[in-house]
Design a protein around this ligand. Structure first.
Ligand SMILES: [Mg+2]
Length: 259
């Protein structure tokens, strides 16, 4: 159940100190709206000052791993985030750990994706401010630059048209509707990463509905942070990407002091 302001077991600074002492620490951030400001042109998104540096610095600490988990295609995320190989990147909402390889993607998904892409183009091509983005395991229809009326109509026809096909998963985002042919999400991605490194404590920071799946798999000793307004299952909330950078720097200095 999602609540507006969940009860807090500890204040965030105290929870962060506790997390910094965990033997094996995993730090995960979403990209858009979390460590980069939301912009009209998705290809113009860049990390805010200090974000990449903080994630990279964390990754140099003993028994500490950092990752960016995004809905973007991995190749797109790799170009925009511009991180060192120490910071791990996961794209397509957790379905893409290596460029060009989608977890459990077969001929059925491939055919279904073609059908969904064609239907989306047929429904929205030519509408002002709307664009269709093809991704390795999904198609996203962006309406951020459309009028409210056009946006509402487009979201409706996409959800009730190709969104209703068997095997299609509708992912709602800010000014975007995405149709995925895979059921994996950010919760699965967090599970894979913390299993890979046997993490004993995890931080996840995100701003959108898709990040709720990651918040949901966190437990005692983990820290979940929602960026911006809106209902959430996360325990804490920060205002904007600049505040996220301060949080990452604080965790990094606590981690270095404990090392
Ligand atoms: Mg986001």
């Amino acid at each position: 159940m999602m609540v507006e302001d969940p009860p807090r077991r500890l204040a965030l600074p105290a929870a962060l100190r506790e997390l910094a002492r965990t033997p094996r620490l995993l730090v995960c951030c979403d990209f858009d709206g979390t460590i980069s400001a939301l912009v009209d042109d998705p290809s113009a998104a860049r990390p805010v000052d200090g974000a990449v540096l903080a994630l990279d610095s964390l990754a140099t600490r003993p028994y500490t791993w950092s990752a960016i988990v995004s809905g973007r295609a991995l190749i797109d995320l790799t170009r925009l985030a511009d991180v060192s190989e120490r910071v791990h990147l996961v794209g397509s909402h957790g379905a893409e750990f290596e460029v060009g390889t989608i977890v459990a993607f077969g001929p059925v998904q491939s055919t279904l994706l073609q059908v969904v892409v064609e239907q989306c183009h047929t429904l929205v091509d030519g509408l002002p401010g709307v664009f269709v983005e093809s991704k390795p395991a999904s198609v996203a229809v962006h309406v951020r630059r459309a009028t409210q009326e056009v946006a509402a109509r487009v979201l409706h026809v996409i959800r009730t048209g190709p969104g209703e096909l068997d095997g299609v998963h509708v992912i709602k985002g800010k000014d975007v509707v995405e149709l995925a042919v895979m059921s994996s999400g950010k919760g699965d991605a967090v599970d894979v990463l913390r299993t890979r490194w046997a993490a004993t404590g995890t931080l996840f920071v995100g701003d959108d509905d898709t990040d709720e799946a990651a918040f949901a798999v966190l437990g005692k000793g983990d820290v979940s942070v929602k960026v911006g307004m809106g209902p959430t299952g996360a325990t804490w909330r920060l205002a904007d990407p600049a505040a996220v950078v301060r949080l990452l720097r604080r965790l990094d200095s606590l981690r270095s002091a404990d090392a």
